[in-house]
Design a protein around this ligand. Structure first.
Ligand SMILES: C[S@@+](CC[C@H](N)C(=O)[O-])C[C@H]1O[C@@H](n2cnc3c(N)ncnc32)[C@H](O)[C@@H]1O
Length: 193
């Protein structure tokens, strides 16, 4: 997938036309505390980056696409907000401070499945103990991708219980993705042990 080209051609069906509804639900649940450090890997042009910055979180967004990062920079400037933006490969990045939260929106399902274990290792390293991996696990039955399916069975293998505390009673909330045939994303917070 040539992500830069997709942004340049505006061929971005994964984008939602408004904020992901999980944002207000997690905000009501107290997940987003002002001053917390939140990382958005593969932020693309998602408006959640500006929104979380406006809530007072210290946001870092990175993406392979210069175009997407430039778009985020312009949106921040329009609002007079500041966040750390990095154009580059997520898997070569190291935070200057431990991270409280990772907001995972259509990044895990976008990367080649062969990179998933690398991503899990990075997420574990980036987060402080007790930090939250805000998961939106994409559910689909078709083979191939992106988006690639993130079944809970596969996610349990990827995020093992000796490294991650899973939501009690597997309490994930489904959010249909309106621009991806209503494929459900399962939202839940995993805690780094
Ligand atoms: C499906 S898009 C999702 C974008 C955004 N999260 C959203 O929900 O609109 C996947 C994003 O991951 C970025 N990406 C893919 N591989 C990456 C990598 N290795 N490092 C950083 N960004 C990457 C792409 O450029 C793209 O913006």
């Amino acid at each position: 997938m040539d992500w830069e080209q997709r942004f340049q051609e505006n061929s971005t069906p994964w984008e939602r036309s408004r904020l992901h509804p999980v944002i207000s639900d997690w905000a009501s649940a107290g997940v987003f505390q002002p001053g917390s450090r939140v990382l958005i890997p593969g932020c693309g042009r998602s408006p959640e980056l500006v929104h979380l910055t406006s809530l007072g979180l210290k946001v870092t967004g990175f993406d392979l696409s210069e175009t997407a990062i430039g778009w985020q920079r312009e949106r921040l400037e329009e609002r007079g907000l500041d966040a750390e933006l990095i154009a580059g490969d997520a898997f070569t990045w190291a935070p200057s401070h431990p991270i409280d939260l990772i907001y995972e929106q259509t990044f895990l399902c976008a990367i080649p499945p062969a990179l998933r274990e690398t991503y899990e290792a990075c997420a574990y390293r980036w987060l402080k103990p007790g930090g939250g991996f805000l998961a939106l696990f994409m559910q689909k039955t078709e083979r191939g991708g992106p988006p690639y399916a993130c079944s809970l069975e596969a996610m349990h293998t990827l995020f093992p219980a000796n490294r991650w505390d899973w939501p009690e009673n597997e309490s994930f909330t489904p959010y249909p993705h309106p621009n991806l045939n209503d494929k459900p994303e399962l939202a839940g917070v995993l805690r780094r042990r």
